[in-house]
Design a protein. Structure first.
Length: 168
């Protein structure tokens, strides 16, 4: 094959892939909380425990996240759509009115109090790929805060809910 699929055709095809909606947070070099909504997040390795977050190089939070030594990935649940929209909005307003958790891991990266799961990571690698950067994190702490009621996903350019299949 010698040619790429057109960008608009690729974007339309990728809209069919349901993706988890997450908020990724870190501290910048002044200690200020920074974060963004990300849906290109995936497990990468079990041994060592690694995950990846794909970041658009055009994001105003890109440089801060790729430079941070630690970050937290927050998996959002059905009740967190407003939080996802807030962290996709203007940078200066992302943490306005957001409840933060305190505890041992909050000194490494800001911890959102209202989410289903928090994965606190040490930066493991940063890989340039096309117009994105792949931020690889080594998972140090997993805080499961929610119930298995489902998760918030991005599908066909909108929010949807994923629910566990009924056993039976």
């Amino acid at each position: 094959m010698s040619r790429d699929i057109p960008a608009d055709e690729f974007r339309a095809a990728m809209a069919s892939l349901a993706a988890p909606v997450t908020v990724v947070t870190c501290y910048d070099d002044t200690g200020a909380a920074r974060g963004l909504t990300a849906s290109a997040v995936s497990s990468l390795s079990l041994d060592p425990p690694l995950l990846l977050v794909c970041l658009d190089r055009g994001s105003r939070t890109h440089a801060v996240l790729t430079a941070a030594t630690a970050f937290t990935v927050h998996l959002l649940g059905p009740a967190n759509e407003a939080l996802a929209r807030q962290f996709a909005g203007p940078t200066a307003q992302r943490f306005e009115g957001v409840s933060l958790a305190t505890g041992a891991t909050s000194r490494h990266a800001p911890q959102l109090a209202d989410c289903a799961l928090r994965l606190t990571c040490a930066r493991h690698d940063v890989i340039e790929a096309g117009d994105h950067t792949i931020l690889v994190g080594r998972v140090a702490v997993s805080d499961c805060l929610g119930s298995p009621a489902g998760g918030l996903v991005w599908h066909h350019r909108g929010f949807a809910l994923a629910r566990p299949a009924e056993a039976g």
